[in-house]
Ligand binder design. Structure first.
Ligand code: FES
Length: 343
């Protein structure tokens, strides 16, 4: 194993330097040295950590072409969360120095309060903090962020979006897709209520716009609804009066979940509607017949009284489909906020 120096220059011409071993990615190496670079999925799926390489050799591993096109790659761009150095490396990031955080990511031990399968492969997981109670991680959540969850021995770790906003109960809530061969999925399947889990965070940049004086549309599928639910719950806690719409997509009805949360939000928010969209609905389906992408397209074609902000979350295929529809309708990208993950 070799160790190389990474020099990262921000868009406002500031620099940070740190070491990176040949077997670690640049985001993880920076984090080990208490430099928290802007990131979202850390799986090479969202494109959030895209940077330009100016000099040096590197290997880019297991990324999704939706996050970095062949053209970007040919232009020496890379995804820092999947970049492994093979020499000293100089990179230019597309964010300002102020977006970088310094220090250790807070972590604490949590106890599993409940774990409930809400579809064949989606787990609803609730945790409460059980140590370092003077420093409640849940109090610092910005709705839309994620936590890294780790087994107590530190052997397996995965990042998951939170379905809850900040709270003083020390409570964390997730909707987690369990994969047949996923290491952390395996850990969660075997874990019992009362068992310990380490959580690190909160982290991530997916959040409500601070300008927020427009209606808001939240559109997602699968476990991508988790951060959208967190944002909607945050708006409910703030007593936000602006119109909010939620479009949730799935292929079949049994893949939908969290209906009770949507109904609760209808009671709590002043102006909230949700629409469930099935691309393969049963005959008696009363929701939208067609994918969530089609539902968005139809809404835009029919015309909206006021162009809202759009918050999108789900698989890269889903989010890319939604982005295409928004782009084709000429929606300004400054109104669009999204997070996508591989799958
Ligand atoms: S954080 Fe690197 S691609 Fe998402």
């Amino acid at each position: 194993m070799s160790v190389f120096q990474i020099t990262l220059t921000t868009i406002d011409a500031q620099q940070v330097q740190f070491d990176c071993a040949s077997d670690e990615d640049i985001i993880s190496a920076a984090e080990r040295q208490h430099i928290i670079l802007p990131q979202q999925c850390r799986t090479g799926a969202c494109g959030f950590c895209t940077a330009s390489t100016v000099s040096g050799e590197f290997e880019l591993k297991n990324y999704n072409v939706a996050a970095l096109s062949d053209e970007q790659r040919a232009n020496q761009q890379t995804l820092l969360c999947k970049t492994y150095p093979r020499s000293a490396l100089e990179v230019h990031a597309a964010y300002p120095y102020g977006s970088i955080q310094f220090g250790e990511i807070p972590h604490a031990t949590f106890t599993i309060v409940s774990k409930t399968m809400v579809t064949d492969n989606v787990l609803h997981l609730v945790l409460t903090q059980s140590d370092d109670m003077d420093n409640l991680l849940s109090a610092n959540i910005v709705a839309g962020q994620y936590m890294q969850l780790m087994s107590p021995d530190g052997a397996t770790v995965r990042a998951y979006s939170l379905a809850c906003p900040s709270n003083w109960e020390g409570r964390l809530e997730f909707y987690i897709q369990l994969w047949p061969d996923g290491e952390f999925s395996q850990f969660l399947r075997q874990a019992s209520e009362g068992d310990a889990v380490i959580a690190r965070g909160p982290q991530g940049q997916f959040a409500l716009s601070e300008l927020g004086l427009k209606p808001r549309w939240f559109i997602g599928g699968g476990t991508g609804i988790a951060p959208l639910l967190a944002m909607l719950r945050q708006l409910a806690e703030f007593g936000d009066p602006l119109p909010a719409r939620l479009l949730v997509g799935a292929r079949h009805a049994p893949l939908l979940f969290a209906h009770e949360q949507y109904d609760e939000l209808k009671q709590q928010l002043a102006d909230f509607e949700y629409q469930l969209c099935l691309s393969q609905p049963p005959e008696d389906w009363s929701g939208h017949h067609g994918s969530v992408v089609q539902a968005l397209n139809e809404a835009l074609q029919n015309g909206l009284t006021e162009m809202p902000e759009f918050y999108l979350c789900g698989s890269e295929r889903l989010v890319n489909g939604l982005l295409t529809v928004l782009d084709e309708a000429g929606v300004d990208r400054s109104l669009v906020f999204f997070e996508r993950f591989a799958g």
